[in-house]
Design a protein around this ligand. Structure first.
Ligand SMILES: NC(=O)c1ccc[n+]([C@@H]2O[C@H](COP(=O)([O-])OP(=O)(O)OC[C@H]3O[C@@H](n4cnc5c(N)ncnc54)[C@H](OP(=O)(O)O)[C@@H]3O)[C@@H](O)[C@H]2O)c1
Length: 169
């Protein structure tokens, strides 16, 4: 049986921070374009806090099946499927390629099922961060692509790094 592709996509600072006060603490439009490319036409899975962090004009993310994970029985998300576990989310979109788009709690839960990681390293150090990426265990993951360091139009340095789960031959 072919293994299902489950991709996690995130951007992190030099210390692995991904968020502060339920927002992304940098502005790198090139990374937003990368995110759109990675998620295009796929199902996107996210935690309730990440859903709420999206500006309402971008919710649901267009052209993609949006799935929001919450423990609440009453939470509603217009234009998205609401589910109560990662397993239920994966079942709900069994016919789609899946991209997990955060945040920290959902990345941690999804890491063991992930087959691909699409990271953006942002060359900043965020003070007061309160959401973090999971560890990328070098024994579990092979680096597939390490991009050149680039400069955003906003002046921030960033690079793209892709991983695939190590397969033992
Ligand atoms: N840099 C990036 O690439 C990136 C990407 C995405 C998000 N972010 C940032 O990450 C931060 C949000 O991350 P976060 O870790 O605070 O929150 P999150 O993972 O987005 O959402 C957490 C919520 O998901 C639900 N949840 C978590 N585990 C669950 C489980 N096992 N079963 C059912 N529901 C579960 C709970 O919702 P309920 O409380 O409703 O039960 C929980 O409060 C924000 O700052 C956001 O901007 C950054």
């Amino acid at each position: 049986m072919t293994q299902r592709t489950i991709t996690l996509v995130w951007a992190q600072d030099r210390a692995g921070a991904i968020g502060r006060d339920n927002a992304i603490p940098w502005h790198v439009p090139e990374d937003m374009a990368h995110f759109r490319e990675v998620t295009a036409s796929h199902a996107v899975l996210m935690g309730r806090k990440t859903w709420e962090s999206l500006p309402s004009r971008f919710r649901p993310l267009p052209g993609r099946r949006n799935v929001v994970i919450t423990r609440s029985d009453s939470f509603e998300a217009d234009g998205a499927d609401v589910v109560h576990s990662l397993a239920e989310a994966l079942d709900r979109v069994a016919d789609h390629e899946v991209v997990v788009m955060g945040g920290g709690e959902i990345y941690a839960a999804a890491m063991e099922s992930a087959t691909h990681l699409r990271l953006t390293e942002i060359d900043v150090l965020v003070e007061g961060a309160d959401a973090f990426a999971p560890e990328v265990d070098p024994y579990a993951w092979d680096t597939a692509v390490t991009g050149e360091w680039l400069s955003s139009t906003t002046g921030v340095r960033y690079r793209f790094v892709d991983y695939v789960r190590h397969t033992r031959g």
